[in-house]
Design a protein around this ligand. Structure first.
Ligand code: ZN
Length: 255
């Protein structure tokens, strides 16, 4: 057993017994760690409010490689974004980022850039206009897929490699767009040129910039369909993020 220290983002926690919590942490050095936080729900818990989803902490963990559940010893808050909790829709969209990490991250090595991308996304979400939260989360999902090594192909045809200027046929399993000549085949659907360009922008722009995009001209339905089906085809254990369905049903109350 080794005592390790790492910066981490709290993804989720749930009850264990009378007073403890099981906490999922996305750590800078060790990737995803599931930990037991003993006594975390007691009134004198040494963890305080540090184990809420979306809080960035410095965590000290007793880590044993052969164990699935590690023992959390101590956490210090590095960053907390209260605005994320003040609006239920904002919180639901932020939870999509955390769920993405829990489902997509695996292995025992960290991905510091993915952690930084997630933290930057949450920070942007905490102050962005409500109307742009949806496009920010899509930008995060596309950029996070790039970090994980399976970016969708959006600029040239997957088959003949010719540049795309008039939209294309999106094939979630093949991982991107095909031109009209090659044809998309079964399981593909048409993506307009506007949606294609927006997705290229989402994949390239720094996340904070997305908060300034004109949300009223954002082709949300098309982009959501392409990104969600792409994630379903490429992320292990992805069956439609639960939080995205919550955000969708809360969306009607936003603004
Ligand atoms: Zn082609």
């Amino acid at each position: 057993m080794a005592i390790v220290q790492s910066e981490a983002l709290v993804l989720r926690s749930f009850r264990l017994g009378e007073t403890s919590l099981i906490v999922s942490l996305f750590t800078r050095e060790f990737g995803l760690l599931r930990c037991v936080a003993k006594g975390a729900r007691g009134s004198k818990s040494r963890f305080g409010a540090s184990l809420e989803p979306g809080v960035r902490v410095n965590a000290v963990v007793y880590r044993k490689l052969s164990r699935d559940l590690q023992l959390l010893s101590k956490t210090d808050i590095v960053e907390v974004l209260p605005a994320l909790w003040e609006d239920p829709y904002r919180f639901a969209v932020a939870t999509q980022v955390l769920e993405f990490l829990e489902r997509a991250a695996y292995g025992e090595s960290g991905d510091p850039e993915l952690l930084d991308l997630a933290c930057e996304t949450l920070r942007t979400m905490s102050r962005a206009p409500i109307a742009s939260l949806e496009l920010i989360v899509r930008g995060f999902e596309i950029q996070a897929c790039e970090r994980l090594g399976y970016a969708p192909e959006l600029t040239v045809c997957l088959e003949c490699r010719s540049p795309l200027h008039q939209g294309g046929l999106f094939h979630p399993i093949r991982g991107g767009l095909l031109c009209g000549t090659c044809g998309g085949g079964e399981g593909s659907f048409r993506l307009s040129e506007r949606a294609r360009r927006v997705m290229v922008g989402l994949s390239e722009e720094p996340i904070p910039t997305l908060a300034g995009w004109a949300a009223e001209r954002y082709p949300g339905i098309e982009v959501a369909k392409a990104v969600e089906r792409f994630l379903a085809a490429h992320l292990e254990r992805f069956d439609g993020l639960r939080a995205s369905r919550v955000a969708e049903s809360l969306g009607q109350y936003k603004g």
